[in-house]
Design a protein around this ligand. Structure first.
Ligand SMILES: Cc1cc2nc3c(=O)[nH]c(=O)nc-3n(C[C@H](O)[C@H](O)[C@H](O)COP(=O)(O)OP(=O)(O)OC[C@H]3O[C@@H](n4cnc5c(N)ncnc54)[C@H](O)[C@@H]3O)c2cc1C
Length: 469
C-alpha cells in the first residue's frame, strides 16, 4: 500500500508498532538458526504468474531470490491412520494425479474439484485487477455454497473431503463457513506453483523496506497508534500515538485489524452498521506454534511441508490440521522447523486482560505444557522426518494477539464466510480506508491484492493500469 502511494507522489508515513516493519514476516533467530514466523511459502510466484507480476510491478521482485518448493509441495497425512497420505503436487494435472493415487476410485470427483479450483484461480484473481470496481466481484467470491456443502455434494468419501479441506489452514476459516470459491482462490494459487523466499520473510520485509526508502516513504517503527483525530466535519485529520505525539494526515489506511477502529475513533463517528458488522465478524484461527532444530538436518522436509490431520475418525467432524514446515534453504538440508497447531481459540477468552509484560501468573506454565504436548505429538508422529530434535521456542495465541495486535490472535485477520461480508476498504469516514490481509484476503498475495484494491478505491479508478505499468 505504502509503495503504491509513494509511487503516486504522496507524502507517506508508515507507522508500525513493532520494532521493524512487517514484524509478522520478520522471523527470529535461536542458536544461530533463522525461523520464519509469518511466511513459509508463496503461491503463484512463478514466472508470469500473478504474485511474480505484482511483486515486479511493486519494484521488489528483483531484490528477492525465490526458489521452487519440490514437485510435491505439501503432503497430507492422517496421523490416526498410519500409511494414509495424499500428495499435493504443483500444476493442475500433477495435483489431480497425486490425489487420484491416494483415492483411485474418486477420479471423477477429484477432476471436478480441480477444475473448479483451476477455474477460480488465477482467472478470477486476475479479473479483479481488470475491473474498475473489483469489489462487486469480491462479493461473488463469498457466495454460497460453503466448502463443506460443496464437498458433501461432490463425494461420499469423508477422507477425501478432509484432504480437500485441509488447505483451510492457509486462510483460517473452517470448511463449514468458508465460501468454496474463496477457498479455491487460496488453494488454487498453490496448485499453480509453490515457492519459498531465500532468507525467508525477513528478506521479503527487507526488500519492501528498501523500496520504501527509495521512494522517500518515512518509516516509523515503535509507533503505536492509539486514536484517530477527525475534523469537526468528521473527516480524517491526524493520528495520536502511544508516546503522546501526533501525526497529521488527511488520509489514513489501516492495515491492522479493522475492529481496532472501534476504539480509535470518537463514538458515533462510524455508522452503526459498520460497528455492528465489525462486532459480529469472527476472526480467522489462531494457533500455538513450536520451533525446533533437527540435529541431523531435515532432508524429508526439503521443499515440502506436512499437513498433519490429528482426526482419528473418518466421520465428518472437522479437526484443524497441524502444519509442519522447515525453514527452507537453497543449499544443503534445512535444520530449523516449525509446527503450527491451529488453536482451540480458548486461551484468549480466558485471558482477555492479560498483559504482555509481565505475562500473568500461570501463563508460562500453560505455555510449557502446550509445548510439551506439541513435542510429544512430534515424537509420536514425525520421528522419521525429524530424527533427533529439540524445541527452542514457542508462541501462543496470546503471542499472536499481542505481536500483531489482532484482538483474537487470528493468523489472517477476519474470517471470510458466506454470511459475513467485511472485505471493503470503505469505513464511511472521509479519508479513512482499510486494507491488508486482515480485511480482504489472507497471505502475502491477499495483502498485496488488498493494496491494489484499496488504492483503486481511494483514487476512484480501476487498478489494471497500475499492474500493467
Ligand atoms: C503463523 C503465520 C504463518 C503464515 N504463513 C504464510 C505463508 O506461508 N504464506 C503467505 O503468503 N502468508 C503467510 N502468512 C500471512 C502473512 O504473514 C501476511 O499476509 C503478511 O504478514 C502481510 O500481512 P499484512 O501486511 O496485511 O498484515 P500484518 O503483517 O498483520 O500488518 C499489520 C501491522 O499493523 C501493525 N499494528 C497493529 N496495531 C497497530 C497500532 N496500534 N499501531 C501501529 N501499528 C499497528 C501490526 O504490528 C502489523 O505489523 C502467515 C501468517 C502467520 C501469522
Amino acid at each position: 500500500m505504502a509503495v503504491l502511494l509513494g509511487e503516486e507522489g504522496h507524502r507517506v508515513t508508515l507507522l508500525e508498532q513493532g520494532a521493524t516493519i512487517s514484524p509478522t514476516l520478520h522471523g527470529f533467530c535461536r542458536q544461530g538458526v533463522y525461523f520464519d514466523t509469518g511466511l513459509h511459502y508463496l503461491g503463484a510466484a512463478g514466472k508470469g504468474e500473478l504474485l511474480e507480476r505484482v511483486l515486479t510491478r511493486l519494484g521488489v521482485y528483483e531484490s528477492l531470490r525465490l526458489h521452487p518448493m519440490g514437485p510435491c509441495f505439501d503432503t497430507y497425512r492422517a496421523v490416526g491412520e498410519p500409511g494414509r497420505h495424499a500428495d499435493y503436487r504443483v500444476g493442475r494435472e500433477a495435483f489431480e494425479e497425486g490425489l487420484i493415487e491416494a483415492f483411485p476410485r474418486e477420479g471423477e470427483a477429484i477432476r471436478r474439484f480441480c477444475a473448479m479450483v483451476g477455474g477460480t484461480f488465477p482467472g478470477l484473481a486476475e479479473d479483479l485487477f481488470a475491473k474498475a470496481d473489483p469489489l462487486a466481484d469480491l462479493v461473488s467470491l463469498v457466495a454460497p455454497p460453503t466448502l463443506a456443502d460443496y464437498l458433501r455434494e461432490l463425494t461420499d468419501d469423508p477422507r477425501l473431503r478432509r484432504v480437500l479441506s485441509a488447505p483451510a489452514v492457509l486462510h483460517g476459516t473452517p470448511p463449514d463457513q468458508v465460501p468454496v470459491r474463496f477457498h479455491a482462490m487460496v488453494a488454487g494459487s498453490f496448485m499453480q506453483s509453490a515457492h519459498y523466499v531465500e532468507g525467508g520473510g525477513r528478506a521479503l520485509a527487507a526488500a519492501f523496506g528498501e523500496r520504501l526508502k527509495r521512494l522517500g516513504v518515512t518509516l516509523r517503527c515503535g509507533a503505536r497508534v492509539t486514536a484517530l483525530e477527525l475534523s469537526p466535519a468528521g473527516a480524517m485529520r491526524g493520528l495520536r500515538l502511544a508516546d503522546g505525539s501526533r501525526v497529521e494526515a488527511t488520509r489514513c489506511i489501516v492495515t491492522a485489524h479493522p475492529r481496532l477502529l472501534l476504539d480509535w475513533v470518537p463514538e458515533g463517528a462510524l455508522s452503526r452498521g459498520f460497528v455492528r458488522r465489525q462486532r459480529r465478524m469472527a476472526d480467522s484461527i489462531s494457533a500455538n506454534v513450536v520451533y525446533g532444530i533437527a540435529a541431523g538436518g531435515l532432508p524429508a522436509l526439503r521443499g515440502r511441508n506436512l499437513i498433519l490431520d490429528p482426526g482419528t475418525d473418518t466421520g465428518t467432524d472437522w479437526h484443524w490440521p497441524y502444519f509442519l514446515s522447515a525453514c527452507q534453504v537453497p543449499e544443503g538440508d534445512p535444520v530449523g522447523f516449525s509446527l503450527i497447531l491451529a488453536g482451540s481459540g480458548k486461551e484468549i477468552p480466558s485471558r482477555t486482560n492479560a498483559s504482555i509484560d509481565p505475562r500473568p501468573d500461570g501463563y508460562m506454565v500453560s505455555k510449557c505444557e502446550a509445548m510439551g504436548r506439541a513435542e510429544a505429538f512430534l515424537r509420536a508422529h514425525c520421528q522419521d522426518e525429524l530424527g533427533a530434535f529439540s524445541l527452542v521456542e514457542g508462541a501462543t495465541e496470546l503471542t499472536f494477539r499481542d505481536y500483531t495486535n489482532s484482538p483474537a490472535g487470528g493468523l489472517y485477520g477476519i474470517r471470510h464466510t458466506t454470511k459475513a461480508w467485511g472485505h471493503t476498504p470503505d469505513t464511511g469516514i472521509e479519508g479513512l480506508f482499510l486494507s491488508g490481509q486482515a480485511v480482504m484476503a489472507p497471505g502475502v498475495l491477499g495483502a498485496i491484492m488488498a493494496a491494489f484494491i484499496t488504492c483503486g478505491r481511494m483514487s476512484g479508478c480501476g487498478v489494471t493500469a497500475r499492474i500493467a505499468r
